[in-house]
Design a protein around this ligand. Sequence first.
Ligand code: FES
Length: 143
Amino acid sequence: MLYSEKVMDHFQHPRNVGKIEDADGVGEVGNAKCGDIMKMYLKIDEDQTITDCKFNTFGCGSAIATSSMATELIKGKKVSEALELSNRAVVEALDGLPAQKIHCSVLAEEAVKAAVKDYYDRNGIDYDPEVFGQVASCEHCNH
Ligand code: FES
């Protein structure tokens, strides 16, 4: 079977789909490789803990599954921990993706980072721009 049971489960029953009206950080990103887009909403408390997150995507099944898993992995975590979430970690949590679909998982990582960046910008919190630069130079998205 091409897709793991976990991928199929998150694709057919995605967690945290939707929108948060009064989100503290919103990130919208597009996948350079396929043109799919994703929007991520974060609710963040004063301790910088992500208390809620939701996503919407015009993306393929793998993008839906990876975003669903990504929201599950960052919920309840500190924003600093969410920033460390790599697309690789999400793919591992899903028991893998076919090689040609790995680029889809980058969308989830980018959307989380973009939403955290928005939160930092809105609150005047200093950050190292390098953290956000890494995503742009992803090996899958650069060609
Ligand atoms: Fe575009 Fe998967 S084909 S995100």
